[in-house]
Structures are given as C-alpha cells and as structure tokens.
Design a protein. Structure first.
Ligand SMILES: Cc1cc2nc3c(=O)[nH]c(=O)nc-3n(C[C@H](O)[C@H](O)[C@H](O)COP(=O)(O)OP(=O)(O)OC[C@H]3O[C@@H](n4cnc5c(N)ncnc54)[C@H](O)[C@@H]3O)c2cc1C
Lengths: 239, 198
C-alpha cells in the first residue's frame, strides 16, 4: 500500500496513457505511467490538467481507483468539458498532466475495524481503491461494499467484484433495472439496505450529491456516529 | 512545463472573472466532509471569543436583529467550480466585531459537526466577510450550511465554513480541518493556492 500522505509541494507531472479498459458503455479505466509516483492512500485523488493548443487550460479531480500505480476510471458526462476527452479521445501513448495524490480525509488508513463503503455510480472509484488495498493487506478488516447502480450494465469492475474475497461482502443495489431473479426490487437506497450493516464502523460514502446526502442522513438516523461517516461528493446529479 | 493535449479544445477561452483552473457552473454543488448536521435555529448560537478570553454570544433571535447586508459575490470551490454573481443575506463580521475587540492576528472558525477552518483576522474585517443565513432570497438550506455559514468569498469556499458556531481568535496560527489534511493554509483562488505548498 501507500507510503505517502500529502506533504510538500504538489507539482504537475507528465502522465503517459499506458492502457485502457472499458468498464461500461460510458466509462473507461485509464492506466497511466507516471515516473516517480510516490504512492498514495486509498481514497485519495489526483488533479488532471488539459491544455489546448491556444493555451486554454481545464482542470478536474479524479479519484485513484488503484491501490498501487495510477489508474483512473472516468465516467463520460454528456456535454462535459473534460470527461468526454478522457473517456473517448485520449489514446495510449498520449500524455496529460496530473498532480497528486491529494486528500487526507476520505482515506482508509488500514487496521482491522469494520468498514462500510457505500458508492453511487462513479462514486465507486475511490471505494474500489480501498477494496483493493484491503485485499493487498490480507483482508483482515470486515468490509462491506454497497454499490448503487442503475442497471447491471452500469457496474464498474464487475468481474473483480464478483470474485469472492476474504473479508469482503459486496451488495449491488439496482435503482432502475435488476438482473432476473434478483430479490430486491429496483429502487433508490433506503433504510432497509443499510439496517443490517456493522455498527460501529468507519463509513465511506461517495457519489453524486443527492446520493451522498440521502445515504449519510440514513446512516445517522440508523445510529451511526456522524464523526465516523466520511463523504466525498462528485457532482450534482447521476445514479 | 505544459503539455498540449492533442485534440483538446476546451469550452472557451478565459473568462476574466474565473480564477486559474476554475470552471463556471450554474448548479450549486455541495462539498462537505461528512453528513449534514441538522441545527434547529432555536438551538443555534454564535460565539466570538478573543485572545484575551472576552466573549460575546448571540442567539438566533439576537443575530437576526442585527443589521443585515446583501452581498452579491463570486464564489470559488477548490474542487474547481466557480459560481458568479451569487446573492446572499448576512451580517458583516465588522458588525459582530463591534462587540468583541479583535485583539489577535489569527482566527479559528468553529462549526456544528466539528469542522474547523483557520484564516487571518484581517481577512474577516473591512467588508470582506459575513455570517450568512440567506441565499438566493431564501433561508440557507442545511446542505449549504444553514441555518448560517461563514461567507468569505475572496478565499476558496472551504474557508466559508458551513453550520458555523463561532470564531476563536488566536495569537498563533493553527491549521483547521482541510488545512491539516493537505490543503493550503490561506487558499487564495487567484494565486491557485489549492494545496499545501502551492
Ligand atoms: C474529489 C473528486 C473526485 C472525483 N473522482 C471522479 C472519478 O473517479 N471519476 C469520474 O468520472 N469523475 C470524478 N469526479 C468528477 C470530475 O471531477 C468531473 O466533475 C466530471 O468528470 C465532469 O467534468 P466535465 O468537465 O466532463 O463536465 P463539466 O463540463 O464540468 O460539466 C458539464 C455538466 O455536467 C454536470 N456534471 C458535472 N459533474 C458531473 C457528474 N459527476 N455527474 C453528472 N453530471 C455532472 C455539470 O453540472 C454540468 O452541467 C470527481 C470529482 C471530485 C471533486
């Protein structure tokens, strides 16, 4: 896992796209080669900077999906300025600039205490880094991932999440369409989905603002200590 | 160093009202470290304590009785969005500091829910900062910091702490919540002071 928390100056560095993997019809995972990457804690993000030929610059934040190395998963936001470029245009061998790792709060720092992860849509990305770090650490802490998606076709990391792993329970919550035979009817996350979770636990909730607001309020209502609920909000709308 | 991204055009060239690295949004995104605390106005108080230990506390009713202003300002979030020409209602900190001597150079802003942020006292004075309880002509929503938040629009918006409960003046600077987690101590968007060392 990681050596470094954020310390010292974060400088922009060149990152070369080394590999691409489609996750869904609208999201793909990009693996970058970044010389001298210092390592990161699961949950941290990087800032990406794109520069147009005329010098115009756009910056956005993207969570690290990997426990080691620099892997980002980008959801294409229709009419977005940056995400369609990363999700569709960037090719293996191309370079962009990034800096990081950033963020010292929405991170899992290891240990053996129970952990609850709740992700909506692309909010799974930093949680996946935690799941991967958990596996690399031997899976001693009880982890429960709840992942809210619209349909079975919207699941990122589907094959990896379907593999059984020691210490990890995965629950998919479909909001619009569930696979045939699935017991839970499609719908938004609700108290019944969260009632059986370990408590006390360190909770990490990530996704669109509405999802994070609803989920963190439900967790507090169920008796979770607000100080142990860490949240990250990605955008105004979504799954 | 700056690498040109092949085929990237961007939306458009620099709006002079946007600090470097920021983009314009029409929404009002939310950034918080945890769940939204629910603070009933009847239970809300706001307390300023200075370095000499003198303090003044306002109840919600006392606070609302103070003269309010309607700042029309641009706001800039460290997660890259900016919102231009937002309309607030709030009480200038100059008004609040008329009743407690600002006797020290640094301030720690304290909030319901435990969040803190630090900034120099001079950034709170001379018409630069408010305690705000209204946004867009309505009471401030809890997810945006209601009943009341700090409003310091010339710094990145995490300094405009939500669910504010008070200000503690300090002779020596101390990092607040995000400042201790790797974010910049001062946070001037025009100098792009996002992270420690910027
Ligand atoms: C800490 C952090 C980590 C993030 N990690 C990831 C990640 O791992 N993967 C990822 O894909 N994104 C992530 N995001 C979101 C990302 O930074 C961008 O906001 C997103 O890619 C949209 O940028 P854009 O330039 O394409 O769209 P913009 O041009 O900025 O926006 C276009 C329109 O889409 C809306 N919009 C903006 N963001 C979203 C969104 N997320 N969902 C739906 N609508 C939106 C805007 O309000 C606007 O109307 C993260 C954001 C933060 C703050």
């Amino acid at each position: 896992m990681a050596r470094a928390a954020v310390r010292g100056r974060l400088t922009w560095t060149a990152a070369r796209l080394a590999a691409v993997r489609d996750e869904t019809a609208s999201a793909r995972t990009l693996t970058f080669a970044v010389p001298d990457w210092p390592g990161h804690l699961p949950g941290q993000h990087v800032d990406v900077r794109l520069t147009a030929e005329d010098g115009y610059v756009a910056e956005r934040s993207y969570s690290l999906a990997s426990a080691e190395g620099v892997e980002l998963t980008i959801q294409r936001v229709p009419d977005g300025e940056v995400s369609p470029y990363l999700a569709d245009v960037l090719e293996v061998g191309d370079e962009i600039e990034l800096r990081g790792p950033v963020g010292g709060w929405f991170v899992w720092r290891g240990g053996t205490g129970p952990v609850v992860l709740v992700g909506g849509g692309s909010g799974i990305v930093p949680l996946m880094a935690m799941v991967r770090a958990h596996r690399a650490a031997g899976g001693a802490a009880p982890f429960h991932l709840l992942y809210s998606v619209r349909t079975p076709r919207d699941v990122y990391y589907a094959a990896e999440l379907a593999e059984p792993r020691p210490g990890l329970e995965v629950t998919l919550l479909y909001t619009r369409e569930a696979p045939p035979g699935h017991a839970r009817p499609p719908g938004r996350i609700g108290p019944d989905d969260l009632a059986g979770l370990a408590r006390p636990a360190d909770c990490f909730v990530c996704g669109p603002t509405g999802f994070v607001e609803a989920t963190s309020t439900l967790l507090v209502d169920l008796g979770h200590d607000p100080r142990r609920i860490r949240t990250e909000r990605f955008g105004p709308t979504g799954a | 160093m700056s690498i040109v991204s092949r085929g990237f055009h961007g939306r458009r060239g620099g709006d002079p009202a946007l600090p470097p690295g920021q983009y314009l949004t029409e929404d009002f995104p939310v950034l918080s470290a945890g769940p939204t605390p629910r603070v009933p106005p009847a239970a809300w108080t706001f307390t300023i304590t200075n370095a000499a230990g003198a303090s003044r506390r306002w109840t919600w009713r006392e606070y609302l009785a103070l003269p309010a202003e309607r700042p029309h300002v641009d706001i800039h979030c460290v997660t890259k969005w900016s919102k231009l020409g937002t309309d607030w209602e709030g009480v200038s900190l100059d008004t609040l500091f008329e009743e407690v001597e600002p006797d020290a150079p640094y301030a720690m802003i304290e909030c319901y829910g435990g969040y803190t942020t630090n900034l120099p006292v001079e950034d709170l004075l001379d018409g630069k900062a408010w305690v705000a309880h209204g946004f867009g002509g309505e009471p401030l929503h809890p997810e945006h910091g209601g009943p009341a938040r700090l409003l310091v629009p010339h710094l990145y918006f995490w300094k405009s702490a939500k669910w504010v409960s008070g200000i503690r003046l300090m002779d020596h600077d101390e990092p607040g919540f995000w400042e201790a987690a790797g974010y910049h101590n001062y946070g001037d968007p025009w100098r792009e002071q996002r992270y420690e060392g910027d």
